[in-house]
Design a protein around this ligand. Structure first.
Ligand code: SIN
Length: 492
């Protein structure tokens, strides 16, 4: 099954082995390439261009040359092309899902969900792009009239992660394009094929040359390529999803040209279950939130706090649910948990579990490699977790649940906020007043109340504290790519 699926990917017309710059499919100037691997078995799928900073400068130049034309189109014209991109993505739904599973590893059904999720952002912003209204402002002087209009910021660099290789591009790119900004997309080195497939569909949708560009590069060149995008004064805005460490670095680099910057960085989400919670709801929410994409999600709960009265029952039922999860190659029938993305992801998971166990955590299930070895790790449940353990301060990004018991609401809130991160948090409670108290007290940008799956194009996605800057999706997401211009008409 897996071998046939990979063959299907290799035969797909959407599988591109070149980068897309200025409306042309291109190699890197020095013709270097790097291998894209299947995380399930580390076998090479194919190679793509390992572009240099000069190649990227060229892509920026192409985007810069067309920024006035693209920004000058009527919103209806621009959004019509964005809408065609959406239709192409929907048309090629299954092809995209196969490419995604091949290079990212997530189970095919989950890949299908991601394609729909990715498409939803394109559809959303093809509509929002027509609604970038300005204001008329009450005047402060009889002979003056005040108003605002919104204008595209200009060329936008988008640096995207490997965990949602389609959706994290479309959430940024569709907003930027609809706002009138040409884009240079730099996908993660683990997952360039999904990005190139999206570029292929963007070309078919009819974006004018230079408006949509995708540059690929290996880990060895990511530093110089990232610098080029962040330092170029032809790039007006940069949006990044990835680690907080890299986000801070990019923020520093962008300060030189005072670029607009949007950052969607790491999380360390608390998942709080109170004694009065519906335990079944809490368990199914925990599984849905934690094991989405095998735990490799920024909004994945990373610290579970469960009140003492419900603790044992919650853990017993959670263990039963976790043990039912099917771990397998993403193309295998019924697979629910795929491989982790690469060796360093597995190393991190092992380090977190070993550290917790050494410091007194109890293993209820898992804590060993998966049946296929390599990048697979069994879904794991640990109890007796405490704040001295690395897994409570670092984001694990893997299929590990670590539960700590608490007594009082105050104790839970203090523990939940005891972090420099603030992307998301989860509360399970049946008390409306408690829900409001905790939802308001949590220092994070997204709160799930009796719900484990929160992401949608309709709602703003983004974090407090070191989890980022700005919001993606929703009516707010397009603002990241717009300037507000105030116009004062005098002598009226
Ligand atoms: C992420 O993990 O960065 C994004 C997850 C989501 O959009 O739900």
């Amino acid at each position: 099954m897996a071998a046939r699926a990979i063959q299907r990917v290799l035969n797909s017309p959407l599988l591109r082995r070149e980068a897309y710059v200025g409306g042309l499919w291109t190699t890197s100037k020095d013709r270097q390439t790097f291998d894209v691997r299947n995380p399930s078995n580390r076998e090479t799928i194919c190679s793509v261009p390992d572009m240099t900073s000069e190649d990227v400068a060229m892509a920026i130049e192409k985007a810069y040359d067309v920024r006035k034309d693209w920004g000058g189109l009527l919103a209806k014209e621009r959004c019509g092309i964005v809408r065609r991109w959406y239709e192409k993505v929907v048309e090629k739904h299954e092809e995209l899902a196969y490419i995604l599973t091949a290079e990212q590893g997530k189970p095919l059904n989950e890949a299908r969900v991601e394609v729909s999720y990715a498409a939803s952002f394109i559809e959303w912003f093809s509509e929002e792009g027509k609604r970038t209204f300005g204001d008329t402002i009450p005047t402060h002087a009889h002979n003056k009239r005040l108003m605002t209009i919104k204008q595209p910021v200009g060329v936008t660099a988008l640096i995207t992660p490997w965990n949602f290789p389609l959706a994290m591009i479309t959430r940024k790119a569709a907003a930027a394009l609809a706002a009138g900004c040409p884009v240079v997309v730099k996908p993660a080195e683990d997952t360039p094929l999904s990005a190139l497939a999206l570029a292929n569909l963007a070309e078919e949708a009819g974006f004018p040359s230079g408006v949509y560009n995708t540059v690929t590069c290996s880990k060895d060149r990511v530093d110089s390529v990232g610098r080029e995008l962040a330092l170029s004064d032809k790039v007006a805005a940069l949006s990044f999803t990835g680690s907080t460490v890299v986000g801070k670095l990019l923020m520093n680099l962008c300060s030189g040209s005072v670029k607009r910057i949007s950052l969607e960085l790491g999380g360390n989400a608390p998942f709080i279950v109170f004694d009065n919670a519906d335990v079944e709801m809490a368990v199914s929410g925990a599984v849905a939130a934690k094991f989405r994409n095998t735990g490799q999600t920024c909004v994945s709960p990373n610290r579970f706090y469960v009140q003492e009265g419900i603790h044992d029952e919650f853990c017993r039922r959670l263990k039963e649910s976790i043990e039912c999860l099917i771990v397998n190659d993403g193309f295998a029938d019924g697979a629910q948990q795929g491989p982790l993305i690469n060796e360093s992801a597995i190393e991190k998971v092992r380090r977190h579990v070993d550290d917790a166990v050494q410091k007194g955590a109890h293993v209820l299930c898992g804590a060993v490699p998966g049946p296929l070895g390599g990048s697979f790790y069994l879904p794991t449940l640990l109890t007796n977790v405490n704040s001295t353990m690395v897994m409570t301060s670092e984001e694990t990004f893997g299929p590990i649940v670590g539960v700590a018991k608490f007594k009082t609401e105050e104790e839970a809130v203090a523990a939940a906020n005891q972090t420099r991160y603030g992307l998301s948090g989860y509360i399970y409670s049946q008390s409306p007043s408690q829900i409001w108290r905790i939802a308001e007290a949590l220092e994070c940008g997204i709160v799930g109340v009796n719900e484990g799956l929160l992401s949608t194009e309709f709602a703003p996605f983004g974090g407090y504290k070191e989890s980022g800057l700005g919001r993606e999706g929703s009516k707010y997401g397009i603002e990241e790519y717009l300037e507000i211009k105030y116009i004062c008409m005098g002598n009226v």
